[in-house]
Design a binder for this molecule. Structure first.
Ligand SMILES: Cc1cc2nc3c(=O)[nH]c(=O)nc-3n(C[C@H](O)[C@H](O)[C@H](O)COP(=O)(O)OP(=O)(O)OC[C@H]3O[C@@H](n4cnc5c(N)ncnc54)[C@H](O)[C@@H]3O)c2cc1C
Length: 275
């Protein structure tokens, strides 16, 4: 899992991009400022706080790890990275990965979009019940997917968990870039505007009850790719991603270095088993 700079990455030199992709993450103790339902199954949570005045964005698909401690754990204050480390023998947080959908440096805030896939699941359930003022602790951001101004085309593939990363990345593409996007969502009500300066063709795939990932898989396999050494970025359920990686690298012969396909969740397993 990797991730780079929200503002102006497309115009940055290779050296600047490399530098930005290495900006280190840190522990952020934040407060929820706003909770906003953007579609029936997607909630946008805005986080703020003093720690975020120093937040350095890496852009595109950068993500963070949210910390969930058991309710009976009393956290030492101030809660620093050292304090979190000292606590480890007594209490370990469960970690859940979420993408920075947008960074608002002028307000010291970041937005993350949460797919609501089950009220009884840890992060998803938290996102359904969280209120402004609640505390949220997370580590990040991760490095980011580096955009290449020389790439002749981009293909972005994903389910709804990848939508925040795809939206953030499209917003950074320069007007000269060309991209094809396949996104699988539950139904038409889950579509979102995807503002971009680039020449982008988006296909929304509506699951309408079909198994998660099946439409995305089918459409990705049937897709005719333009000529040239394009770049493929994708994220979805683990089995789907594994199959797509095999397809693009082994069957279609794309350079492995030009594909970036990541499992964002695993059917039947919590993220506890992945981190
Ligand atoms: C780098 C990265 C970035 C990510 N960014 C985002 C993001 O911005 N927004 C976002 O919503 N998700 C994102 N995800 C996916 C998210 O981390 C997982 O969906 C995670 O499992 C949710 O945690 P949970 O506690 O709700 O469920 P878990 O406790 O991890 O899982 C419980 C059960 O729910 C199932 N499950 C998990 N996710 C889904 C799903 N989406 N649909 C159906 N069933 C599911 C699991 O298979 C398991 O059976 C990202 C993942 C990664 C690796």
């Amino acid at each position: 899992m990797r991730s780079e700079e929200t503002i102006g990455m497309s115009g940055a030199s290779t050296e600047e991009r490399r530098y930005a992709s290495r900006r280190p993450g840190r522990l952020n103790v934040t407060r929820v400022r706003q909770v906003h339902q953007i579609t029936p199954h997607m909630t946008r949570i805005t986080f703020g706080g003093d720690d975020l005045s120093e937040f350095l964005s890496n852009g595109t698909d950068q993500h963070v790890a949210l910390y969930f401690y058991d309710a009976d754990v009393e956290l030492p204050r101030p809660f620093t990275a050292d304090a979190a480390r000292a606590l480890l023998p007594v209490a370990r947080p469960r970690l859940r990965r979420y993408t920075i959908r947008q960074h608002h440096p002028e307000r010291g805030e970041v937005d993350m979009d949460f797919v609501l896939h089950g009220a009884d699941q840890l992060a998803s359930g938290w996102a359904e019940t969280v209120r402004p003022g609640d505390e949220s602790i997370w580590f990040g951001p991760s490095p980011a997917y580096p955009l290449d101004p020389e790439a002749p085309w981009y293909l972005f593939l994903g389910d709804e968990t990848a939508l925040p990363a795809i939206a953030a990345t499209l917003a950074e593409l320069p007007a000269t870039a060309r991209a094809r996007v396949l996104i699988e969502v539950a139904d038409a009500a889950e579509e979102q505007p995807l503002p971009t300066a680039a020449d982008v063709d988006v296909d929304w795939l509506h699951r309408n009850g079909r198994p998660a990932g099946s439409l995305l898989h089918e459409a990705a396999l049937a897709l005719a790719l333009p000529p040239g050494a394009g770049r493929v970025w994708g994220a979805a359920e683990r089995g789907v991603v594994k199959s797509l990686r095999g397809h693009y690298v082994r069957d279609r012969g794309l350079d492995r270095a030009h594909t970036h396909l990541t499992a964002y969740w695993t059917r039947g397993e919590t993220q506890d088993s992945e981190v």
